[in-house]
Design a protein around this ligand. Sequence first.
Ligand code: IPM
Length: 359
Amino acid sequence: MNLKIALLGGDGIGPEVLAQAVKCLKAVEETFNHRFTYTEAPVGAVAISNDGKALPKETLQLCKDSDAILFGAIGALEYDNDPEAKVRPEQGLLKLRKELGLFASIRPVKVFPILSKNSVLPKKIVKGTDFVIYRELTGGIYYGKKSLNDDATLASDLCEYSEKEIARIAHLSFKAAKKRRGRLTLVDKANVLETSRLWRKVVTEISDSYPEVHFESIFIDNVVVQMMTNPSQFDVILTENMFGDILTSLGSVIIGSIGLLPSASVGSENAMFSPFHGSYPQAKGKNIANPVASIFSTVLMLQHFGLYEEANAVATAIQKSFKKGITTTDILGSEKYGTDYVGDYIADHIVDSDDDSNI
Ligand code: IPM
């Protein structure tokens, strides 16, 4: 298969971890006889320092013209510490999502049994955790009208959702639940928020078309408790943009490191694959960041294109690295390896075999 892949390393550790993902894709090309082309483009703080824009026109065009986008990370300390900055790195990512219509972020949270000791939660709680969060990605408070009064003493962010925005991701999540363990949990705050009540109404109506899926709704404040005490009860979680952002970070705590989990952001025409984690600027250039989330995002990309054997080969190589203890400092264990070393190890172990992966 020929695939045009846009590489958006972004800020902080983004380019370093993305480079490891590319190594692995090159190994996939060689092992399975594919031809992928890679084109790099700036986004985020790096792009702002070039020409003042977080998402340059050329970067957006490249993404539109590509089959897939591999994304590193976004954000830089100088902006986090400057609430008055008008152009911010994150705007690059938000604009990209909106322009490409990437309305659903699919974020699997599955424990790697061999790493479960890394979790802050007891092993017996973590055991069997395997759920996927469907996070709405182009609506809600992230994109509503923002305002700040003249003397900067009053600010507001509007949270809006239309029935159509809710319905399209609801259908995706019910279809996923049908293929998985047949359980869908809508997370909202319908006892307080009007938008949540619309979510509940629309999703409840849609649930009638999926009688084989057990549907339930839970308030966000309850779900965080459930996730920390009994995470294995969940199968597919559906939620709006900001709740999804928070819940996916919580999910990474269950797994034991935010450096392990990938996400796929999809729309009707484009798809982007990236780690859950942020730009971790403190680790930039130190060769200590965990590349697994980025490499794992290629597994989602390969699956997206129906390349299941290839995806399995990468997932199996990741498992091998865990078994051999070839991991970075965020994972408990005796030896510590650098980002590059872990990337090389995984790339070198990508083979065409019938090995079953546990991922
Ligand atoms: C994520 C990130 C982004 C978000 C930031 C970087 C804008 O936290 O993808 O989870 O909040 O959506």
